[in-house]
Design a protein. Structure first.
Length: 322
């Protein structure tokens, strides 16, 4: 019995050791330590990782980016090999771009517009950086050919996104993520009872299109609804479930939170009554889902700007595992 226990223990240690080697392989493969080099990646370093990644897209050459040997790459929820997808079709550098940096987590976000075979395409790309190597690339690409409401030509620079939050007004990572989740929950349980953490003048851009504030569909002429008013009315009641919420990046200096979320619509609700008594019909006859990449700007404990990409996916499709 002791011999068996010892053998099992030895095998266990061997497995643990093998796992440890594999889990660090992305970082240690072809790695040569330079004592004169810092392996921290600050904001400038993270932004340079994005620049090198974008340059490699345009040149259709993954070797031009500092990729780890076993880098994981997904596009619109599908795992692909580095060099596939947009890597083969990108045809120019961005015409619009936003960076968000999370040095503590080694994460950086790019949201922008770049040409794909000459057509403008919206891209959200989250990069994970370890020891100055890119180990994860999670992308969502919104193409006009796939969704009618994709309008990359309408995206413009907004100073509020890059505005620095004073140190005394910055929230903790957990509180910033909690605000994003409160927003998602207000949509999911859209009966007007949930706390809506959005400023009265918040602007939301979805795939290049401003979808609030906007005129109320079927309402009085010139009646404009804010994002908060839409939520308080219960206009999103048919959004059945906002699942697999993953807020992966927090830029506390700029007050930015970036999340992935999946919207399910069961299509069992055929009509419903808004909080003002108005009855509205369902928009689709059958179930559908959306994959959403969403960035929030937070100031004074409220969401003041939202920029999102939305892609239709098979109903109930699961996110990639990381």
């Amino acid at each position: 019995m002791p011999r068996t226990s010892g053998f099992v223990a030895a095998i266990g240690l061997l497995i643990l050791g093998t796992t440890a080697v594999r889990s660090g392989e992305a970082q240690t493969a072809d790695f040569h330590y330079d004592p004169s080099t810092s392996y921290d990646c600050d904001r400038a370093c993270l932004d340079s990782m994005v620049d090198q990644y974008l340059a490699s897209l345009v040149s259709h050459d993954p070797s031009k980016a500092p990729l780890a040997r076993n880098v994981k790459f997904t596009e619109n929820g599908q795992e692909l090999k580095a060099g596939d997808g947009l890597w083969e079709t990108a045809s120019g550098l961005p015409t619009y771009k936003v960076y968000a940096d999370d040095p503590e987590a080694g994460e950086v976000l790019f949201m922008g517009v770049l040409p794909e075979n000459g057509a403008p395409t919206i891209l959200a790309a989250r990069l994970k950086v370890e020891l100055k190597r890119i180990t994860e690339i999670e992308t969502e690409v919104a193409r006009k050919q796939d969704v009618s409401f994709v309008h990359p030509e309408r995206l413009i620079d907004r100073p509020i996104v890059s505005e620095i939050i004073p140190l005394s007004e910055r929230l903790s990572r957990q509180n910033m993520v909690a605000l994003a989740n409160a927003y998602f929950s207000a949509i999911e349980k859209n009966d007007g009872s949930q706390f809506v953490p959005v400023a009265s003048d918040v602007v939301r851009i979805t795939s290049g299109d401003q979808d609030c504030p906007k005129p109320r569909r079927g309402g009085e002429p010139n009646q404009i609804l804010s994002c908060a008013q839409e939520l308080q009315l219960g206009l999103y009641k048919e959004d059945t479930l906002l699942r697999d919420r993953q807020c992966k990046l927090v830029d506390d200096e700029r007050g930015l939170v970036f999340c992935y979320v999946y919207f399910d619509h069961a299509a069992t609700l055929r009509s419903w009554q808004l909080t003002d008594g108005t009855t509205v019909p369902a928009s689709h006859p059958g179930p559908w889902s959306w994959q959403v990449a969403e960035m929030f700007k937070i100031k004074h404990k409220m969401i003041v700007y939202i920029e999102a990409l939305v892609n239709p996916i098979p109903y109930g499709m699961k996110p990639p595992t990381w």
